[in-house]
Design a protein. Structure first.
Length: 55
């Protein structure tokens, strides 16, 4: 009985570890996407300012 409970605990820990890893990867992807959007926005504003100065 104790062995079964210990095996269940170990499996639960492994499952939880995989779940946490998946959530962390998803969060990292979201941060990268937001960073790229911010970079594109800054580049667009810089291009607009440069275009207005040269016009």
């Amino acid at each position: 009985m104790t062995d079964t409970i210990e095996q269940d605990i170990q499996q639960t820990r492994e499952h939880l570890g995989h779940t946490v890893d998946a959530l962390a990867a998803k969060a990292d992807t979201g941060k990268r996407r937001l960073g790229m959007v911010a970079l594109v926005g800054v580049a667009a504003v810089a291009a607009l300012v440069l275009w207005r100065r040269l016009s």
